[in-house]
Design a protein around this ligand. Sequence first.
Ligand code: PMM
Length: 307
Amino acid sequence: MTNAVVPGLPAPGRCLVMGVVNVTPDSFSDGGAWFDPEKAIRHGLDLVAEGADIVDVGGESTRPGAQRVSEDEELRRVVPVIEALNAENVPVSIDTMRAEVAEAAVRVGARLVNDVSGGLADPDMARVVAAADVPYVVMHWRGHSHDMQTRAVYADVVREVRDELLQRVDAVLQEGVDPSMIVLDPGLGFAKSPKAGHNWTLLARLDALTATGYPVLVGASRKSFLTKLLADPDGTPRAFAECDDATVATTALAAAAGAWCVRVHRVRPNADAVRVAAAVGAARPSDDGTSEPVAADGRAQQGGHRV
Ligand code: PMM
C-alpha cells in the first residue's frame, strides 16, 4: 500500500523516505555521529534537504547486544532535537519503546511513534499512542537487544512474523489505537538470523504484510545482513557505512513491492530510488494492457497504476 495515506504525514503518491537521526553514542550503524544535539538538529535538516519525508529521532541504541539507557537520559537526548526540528516544520517520528518518552515527544511535536517493540516493551505505550492520536509503527520484536538473537528461531518466518504482528495489532486496537493509525514493520535484523536468511525471506515476501491492508515500513539500511552479504572473500563483513549502495537496492525492491516507507541513514540515493520505483510503477500496463503517460516527476499523469 505505497499510496496509503497515514494521518498527519506526507502523502506524495510514492513510497516515503524516513531519514534516521540516532542521538546515541553507540548505534551500530552511525554510533556517535549525531550525539551532540546541535549536530543532530543540523543532520535532521540536512536529511530533509536531501529529500527525507520524515525524520526519525531516537535516543536509545537497539544494536544487537546493546544495554538500555535510562528514561531520563533518553528524554534528554531526544526532546530538544524533536522540538527544534518541529519548529522548522519537519515531520518527526520518535523511535522509542517507552510510553513516557513517546508522550513527551508528541508534546513537543513528534507526529508518529515508532516503537520497535510493537508495544511489548512498555505496557502503557498503546494507551499513550491512542490518547495522543498519532500514527503508530508496530514492529516485529521478540525481546530486548541484549539477547534478541537467541530468539531468531522460526519454522516459517513469514507466517510467524505476520501472525505475531497481527496479534500485536489486536492488542493495540484493544487499547484504543485507531486502525487507520497503524503501520506494520517486519523488524529486519531484530531476532532475525542472517545465517538462516530470515531477512531475505521477509524482503522477498513483503506481500504477506502488504496483503494485511496496513501500510508497511521497511528498515534494511546498514543492517548486518547487508554487511554479511557484501563480506570480503575472507569473510570480513563490509563496514556498515559502506553498505549504502546495497541499502538503495533494498529500497528500490521494497518500494516496488508496495512498501509505504523505507527507513534509511543516507537519504539522497534512497529518495532517488523511490522515485525510480514510482516511475516504473506508474508506467506499468493496467489490466486492459494500456499504460498511463508518466510525468517527469514519475507520477502517472492520469492516475493509473503506481507502486
Ligand atoms: N531499525 C533500527 C531502529 N529503529 N525502527 C523501525 N521501525 N524499523 C527498523 O528496522 C528499525 C527501527 C536499528 O537501526 P539503526 O540503529 O541503524 O538506526
